[in-house]
Design a protein around this ligand. Structure first.
Ligand code: ATP
Ligand code: MG
Length: 469
């Protein structure tokens, strides 16, 4: 008889509970039949060989059980998070419970892509998870100037970040899944609790009341302060990198994802951003033809006008008219370094869009709060801390009282509402009217007028926009 470590014992008892309760979410039963599911649970619970393998599975590693090899009806993976906890992910892929081909919503980023999946051993039963993967590029398959090993190391670092800092409700922790080779090449899998990307909220019928928006804005500002206080710059803040979770009281909880570009402010780090969320300084730095990825940026620039670019053009013009080419070049050089102020700008744009029905500002915003976050002068721009305090104390007094009942992220993950159920319910409009925010606050975030806004496509083409490392 094997002497299992505590984590493995807990994992197996969670699975036994799931099996004994024999009560599965409908959305899960649409993906897999109860018979197939029970077969998988039986293998997980009773297979001694598998237990032996799990016992020796190092943390931040995962076991991949493709269905072709395991002879189970679905591919599963068992991962261990950096704290040693096990989790079993059932890939939903492209077959439904009747084993017929079906369409599953794609989760899509510039690098990673994937599908909703299920964590079978959730504390309160099977829980929806996001299963993403990255195709590791090889020399043959263009692009990357990193070796496959370097790419894997980079991904590991990205996943490790929120685990290495103190646990924080506003950064989403994901777990490394298996790294395996298939016909196409090497794949690196990543799992995290499934929520709704802020950018896709319309697609999923998620309506946000003013109170929800206030909660989300405050949480995102708190998350930003947290990273900045640690001396870290996210470098890719945008609605595609924020995931919304809904708890059992229908409160919304926003968390940052995608720590691929996070860094300190040291000059040796590369300056990154997604076009649309770049600060005027990033825009200005990229007018320098020697800047790496310059061509990508300019190409995207031709089709995309942004407030940052408008400001950058003005700065450049001012310097050139004053015959200060040398000073301008020095400034551009300085702006090539990652900076906290760039994150504040990106967060300002994201929050502006949140409060202005997805419109992006094309002229300087009028509201004090957005004016502060989107100040074209870097040294006058609010810091994350100032922005949070201005938001909570001055602009949203009601929010600071009702915000953030102590929220355990583990609980929230367990309670995460099934995305699929949410879509069916389409979150009732009536809910919105119950929680009106106070009139005074509303006037501060007046809706944008047509001359100072530019409508955003529902999903900006971030792929072209991102400057790759
Ligand atoms: N936990 C999650 N729940 C729901 N969707 C998710 C989750 N994690 C990631 N996604 C979706 O997958 C996309 C890709 O994830 P991520 O941002 O980490 O990858 P990326 O390819 O590096 O992104 P980018 O396009 O910013 O470079 C996200 O934009 C989001 O739409
Ligand atoms: Mg992303």
């Amino acid at each position: 008889m094997l002497n299992f470590n505590n984590n493995l014992q807990e994992f197996l008892s969670r699975l036994k509970n799931v099996k004994n309760n024999n009560h599965y979410p409908n959305a899960l039963l649409e993906c897999i039949s109860p018979k197939d599911l029970n077969q998988i649970l039986d293998k997980l619970i009773f297979n001694k060989e598998l237990h032996k393998q799990l016992q020796s599975l190092p943390v931040s590693n995962a076991l991949h059980l493709p269905k072709e090899i395991s002879k189970l009806s679905r591919t599963i993976a068992i991962a261990r998070d950096p704290e040693g906890q096990y989790l079993c992910i059932l890939e939903t892929k492209s077959k439904n419970a009747k084993n017929e081909k079906c369409e599953i919503e794609e989760l899509d980023g510039g690098f990673k892509s994937g599908k909703p999946a299920w964590r079978l051993d959730g504390l309160h039963g099977p829980t929806p998870y996001a299963s993403l993967s990255v195709e590791i590029e090889t020399k043959k398959r263009k692009g990357m100037n990193l070796t496959p090993l370097q790419q894997i190391e980079k991904l590991k670092k990205e996943i490790a970040y929120p685990w290495q800092v103190p646990e924080n409700d506003f950064l989403l922790r994901s777990v490394q899944g298996p790294i395996y080779t298939n016909k196409k090449g090497i794949r690196f899998c990543i799992y995290s609790p499934l929520g709704i990307p802020l950018i896709d909220r319309k697609k999923y019928g998620l309506k946000l009341s003013q109170e929800d928006k206030n909660d989300i804005a405050s949480q995102l500002l708190q998350g930003l302060c947290f990273m900045h206080e640690l001396g870290d710059i996210h470098q890719d803040i945008k609605p595609g990198n924020v995931i919304i979770f809904i708890d059992e009281n229908r409160k919304k909880h926003a968390k940052y994802i995608d720590f691929a570009s996070i860094c300190g402010r040291e000059a040796f780090h590369r300056l990154l951003s997604t076009i649309g969320y770049e600060s005027p300084e990033i825009a200005l730095a990229h007018t320098n033809k020697k800047m790496p990825d310059y061509t990508d940026y300019v190409r995207a620039y031709k089709t995309e006008k942004t407030l940052a670019k408008k400001y950058a053009d003005e700065i450049e013009k001012r310097f050139l008219e004053g015959n200060q080419k040398r000073e301008l070049d020095a400034l551009k050089k300085e702006y090539e370094n990652p900076a906290f102020e760039n994150d504040v700008w990106a967060c300002g744009i994201m929050l502006y869009e949140l409060y202005h029905q997805n419109f992006t500002p094309m002229t300087p915003p009028k509201e004090e709060f957005f004016k502060g976050m989107l100040n074209p002068k870097r040294n006058k721009r609010l810091t994350a801390k100032q922005a949070l305090s201005l938001f909570n104390n001055t602009y949203c007094p009601q929010a600071s009282k009702t915000f953030l009942p102590h929220f355990q992220s583990k609980m929230a993950q367990a309670q995460t509402k099934s995305l699929l159920t949410l879509v069916q319910e389409k979150v009732k409009d009536a809910y919105q009217t119950l929680h009106h925010w106070i009139d005074g606050a509303r006037s501060l975030f007046t809706y944008a007028t047509t001359e100072n806004i530019q409508e955003k496509a529902e999903k900006p083409s971030s792929k072209v926009r991102k400057h790759r490392k």
